[in-house]
Ligand binder design. Structure first.
Ligand code: ADP
Length: 547
């Protein structure tokens, strides 16, 4: 939707009067520069992916003016981040760090508390601090996107791969600490990080891993990007999906480029779903599938064409299975049910042998068909998988957003064990929910040897308030129904973070209570991203902020 005048004035942080806010903003401007502190009082622009706003959640599933910040701050260095954090402590100002803010489907750039001050780290802190071809590793600042890292590697002519997720415009660092995933053999971003630099909520600076040991002659430790564990408790994990620190640098392992072959296998019948999952499992556990493959439903073939839903379906409400079948007949893979998208790695003899094993494994499923990129037209999605699975960042997945006018989306992302009957159980819950609330179901399953990330992308029309209400109700119900069966979310939109945190309730919320203890110890003034991932500092806890 186009921007319109704000119906309400700039949202202030809770408990901060207009005068105090204005005075503290002036104070911050004096220390980091007037141009680096911008009050959010202009009309809100949803923009689009590559011009995504840092003022609010562009994919607003509640009112656009609800999840907004009061101001955006642009630090230019770690020292300036420390200045901002100290300022926040002095004025009890809730601050919310983002790297790029393209966290689409999970809340974008918005702070959890309306009126929080967003620290946009990416705008001025976007150096590839180190790119080590010999060690196959890098250190990046928050503003380095997958595109930027890719370009830097190409510029230096290094034979290295990055590990991009579906969309390449996000922050390498931001995605990793939100525990996003990519599709090369090193696609588990957090697992492939090595060393962090963090501004703690009291403004102190910390380095994890070997970075904690000073290098020779005051240099960075030369094994900072070589050994993850270092000595003592491994605390890196507590800075992911949390509000315990602001990450200003992070190291990553890269992969050497290698021959690869992407392919897809189509299946005829919906009812073979569980068997397909059970066939993938041993292939993944034995390491024959070198990366995380995807299993997508045929309806996804329709929306990655980038065409409107109305091209395929004129009625209101979700497409029926029969309608999907008819529409799919006109597309390259034809009328099928599930599509397995895989990529194999190694030299050509090895890839050939792996493909033999994979084809043999799936041969018992009736109507399976194997496709190589050469078998489908140039614009088919399989060619996009070739790129993403070999470390080339792209934007293809944005085509989804043509499905509806004013389209935005929310992710519903539960984890299931890799077992046919569990995958089936989760799929049934999700299918029933989508039917009840009237949404098309777009399931993508990222299947590892032991667990599945089941990702359902709920696409809605941002200009339709009633549809937005239904989307929220759908998410709330699915989170509840899945948790009842033991399936938890791996990540969720800001609005549902309390609900999801509550589902991890074993032993009277032992996990949440430990997180709260850490929060109170590290952030006694409760200034850093209060409420993120359901973790509220003492000052806010139990005072009606939990959703
Ligand atoms: P991207 O644009 O890469 O998708 P974001 O910058 O939106 O990612 O980051 C996703 C989430 O991770 C943010 O909402 C924020 O809560 C958290 N986050 C991002 N960068 C940092 C950081 N440098 N330090 C602490 N938390 C961060």
């Amino acid at each position: 939707p186009k921007s319109k005048p704000r119906s309400r004035p700039a949202r202030l942080p809770p408990g901060v009067s207009e005068d105090v806010f204005a005075a503290s903003i002036e104070e911050l401007r004096r220390s980091i520069g007037t141009e680096n502190v911008v009050v959010n009082d202009q009309p809100l622009q949803d923009g689009w992916y590559l011009e995504s706003p840092n003022t609010h959640d562009a994919f607003h599933v509640i009112e656009q003016e609800e999840l907004v910040c009061s101001a955006v701050v642009y630090p230019g260095s770690t020292e300036e981040v420390q200045i901002v954090v100290k300022w926040a402590n002095k004025h009890l100002m809730p601050i919310y760090p983002i790297s790029i803010g393209r966290n689409v489907g999970y809340g974008g750039a918005a702070p959890r508390i309306p009126g929080g001050v967003v620290i946009d780290l990416g705008q001025r802190m976007h150096s590839v601090v180190n790119l080590d071809g010999e060690n196959a590793s890098c250190i990046v600042e928050p503003g380095v996107t997958y595109f930027a890292l890719y370009e830097e590697i190409q510029k230096r002519g290094l034979p290295l791969w990055i590990h991009c997720p579906d969309l390449g415009g996000g922050s390498v660092l931001g995605n990793a600490i939100d525990r996003g995933v990519g599709y090369t053999p090193a696609g588990d971003h957090f697992a492939n990080h090595c060393g962090m630099e963090i501004v703690l909520p009291n403004g102190e600076l910390l380095r994890t891993g070997m970075g904690a040991l000073p290098g020779k002659d005051g240099r960075d430790n030369s094994t900072w990007q070589s050994f993850q564990n270092a000595y003592g408790p491994k605390i890196d994990g507590i800075f992911s999906q949390s509000n315990f620190g602001i990450v200003t640098k992070m190291g990553f392992w890269l992969l050497h480029d290698m021959p690869h072959q992407s392919y897809c296998i189509t299946f005829e019948r919906d009812k073979d779903f569980a068997q397909i999952v059970d066939t993938i499992k041993p292939l993944a556990q034995k390491g024959i599938l070198g990366n995380i493959p995807q299993l997508r439903h045929i309806i996804q073939e329709l929306n990655v064409t980038g065409q409107r839903k109305s091209t395929f379906h004129t009625g209101s409400g979700p497409m029926t299975r029969e309608k999907i079948r008819q529409a799919a007949k006109g597309l390259p893979l034809g009328d099928c049910s599930w599509i397995f998208y895989g990529t194999q790695y190694g030299d050509s003899a090895s890839i050939e042998r792996q493909l033999d094993i994979i084809k043999k494994a799936f041969s018992s499923i009736p109507g399976n068909r194997f496709w190589l990129p050469k078998d489908v037209p140039e614009d088919h999605y399989l060619h996009s998988r070739v790129q993403v699975c070999s470390g080339v960042p792209i934007l293809r997945e944005l085509d989804w957003l043509n499905w509806l006018p004013n389209a935005a989306h929310l992710f519903f992302s539960p984890i299931a064990p890799t077992r046919g009957k569990d995958a089936q159980a989760i799929h049934e819950i999700v299918t029933a929910g989508h039917k009840k609330y009237g949404f098309d179901l777009f399931p993508t399953l990222c299947i590892a040897g032991r667990e599945i990330h089941y990702i359902a992308n709920v696409i809605f029309d941002r200009a339709d308030a009633e549809q937005k209400k239904r989307a929220v109700a759908l998410l709330r119900e699915l989170i509840h129904d899945c948790a009842k069966e033991g399936f938890g979310q791996y990540r969720t939109h800001l609005l549902f973070q309390d609900q999801v945190a509550r589902t991890y309730s074993w032993n009277d919320q032992a996990l949440l209570r430990v997180n709260e203890s850490i929060k109170d110890a590290l952030d006694p003034n409760g200034i850093l991203a209060p409420g993120r991932c359901g973790i509220w500092p003492k000052r806010f806890r139990g005072k009606g902020w939990e959703l």
